[in-house]
Design a protein around this ligand. Structure first.
Ligand code: SIN
Ligand code: MN
Length: 274
């Protein structure tokens, strides 16, 4: 699947591109059938909400589930990502953001690239984040919101020492970056200015739709108080020409910052249905 020059331009200007109905109902069903096993796993890469039981994020499922491995090499994802980055790519991070009905908590306003730079040593924001909708995303189930164009400001996130999530108070430092209290956030004054200038978008659509966004594009989401789940598979692809080089204090676990820089080979188009 190739993007048109208008779509590429939209991504460059606005920092995101929404592609409705990339995967059909049968393909979405194949992916959703994996979720009970993914959510039921007992691993370090599974992060829960503050209630101590609701799944918030699960990392690294492409190394455990054959379906998610195939998704991560799907040409309908990889081809546009390679086109945007003009190079081969590898998977820096794979996660499922569960945003469970009634319980899914907020994501504070943030930029992803500050984490990839400060914590993983990635030199440039030559990364594309891809969010694959496993559920319909509507106005009720806390769609991901973006400040379109904010990637042009570069890194503007500020460090915060906010009180940490009860569940992980004594855990390793990388965990505190993944809960509803983030480590680098966009403060209220900055967000107000950015939104005055750029506005906010919240792409909504059917399960199977895909949202591509730039890692410096400011984004966040509210709590899901609706009765509708809103699961996203989020795969961050980095250019193979942009592997980590900046010295870092401590390597994050491999499920957060992959050390496998092997270029992804796109598989065939029907790969989720075979
Ligand atoms: C993220 O920023 O990685 C997740 C956002 C969300 O699921 O709303
Ligand atoms: Mn993010």
């Amino acid at each position: 699947m190739q993007l048109s020059s208008e779509q590429l331009q939209h991504y460059q200007d606005r920092g995101y591109l929404f592609l409705p109905n990339v995967f059909d109902r049968a393909e979405v069903e194949v992916m959703k059938a994996e979720l009970p096993a993914v959510y039921g796993e007992n691993s370090l890469g599974k992060i829960v909400e503050e209630d101590g039981k609701t799944v918030r994020i699960v990392h690294g499922s492409h190394t455990k589930s054959d379906v998610f491995k195939r998704l991560s090499q799907h040409p309908r994802i990889i081809d546009p990502v390679m086109q945007i980055l003009e190079s081969a790519v590898y998977i820096h991070q794979f996660k499922i953001s569960a945003k469970v009905a009634f319980e899914g908590d907020i994501w504070q306003w943030h930029q992803d690239y500050v984490y990839y730079k400060e914590e993983d040593g990635i030199p440039e924001p030559r990364i594309v984040n891809t969010a694959i909708f496993l559920d319909e995303v509507n106005e009720f189930n806390a769609p991901l919101m973006l400040v379109p164009g904010s990637q042009k400001e570069g890194l503007i996130s500020v460090f915060t020492e906010e009180e940490q999530h009860n569940q992980y108070q004594d855990g390793p430092s990388w965990i505190s970056r993944l809960t509803s209290k983030l480590h680098y956030i966009i403060n209220k004054e900055t967000l107000e200015k950015l939104v005055k200038q750029y506005g906010i978008v919240a792409p909504k659509g059917a399960a199977g739709s895909v949202l591509l966004f730039h890692p410096s594009c400011v984004h966040g989401s509210g709590a899901n108080m609706s009765p509708f789940d809103r699961a996203l598979v989020i795969i961050n692809y980095n250019s193979v020409e942009n592997t980590p080089k900046i010295p870092i204090k401590e390597q994050r676990p491999e499920f957060l910052a992959s050390l496998n820089y092997t270029p992804i080979e796109p598989l065939s188009d029907e790969v989720l249905l075979v």
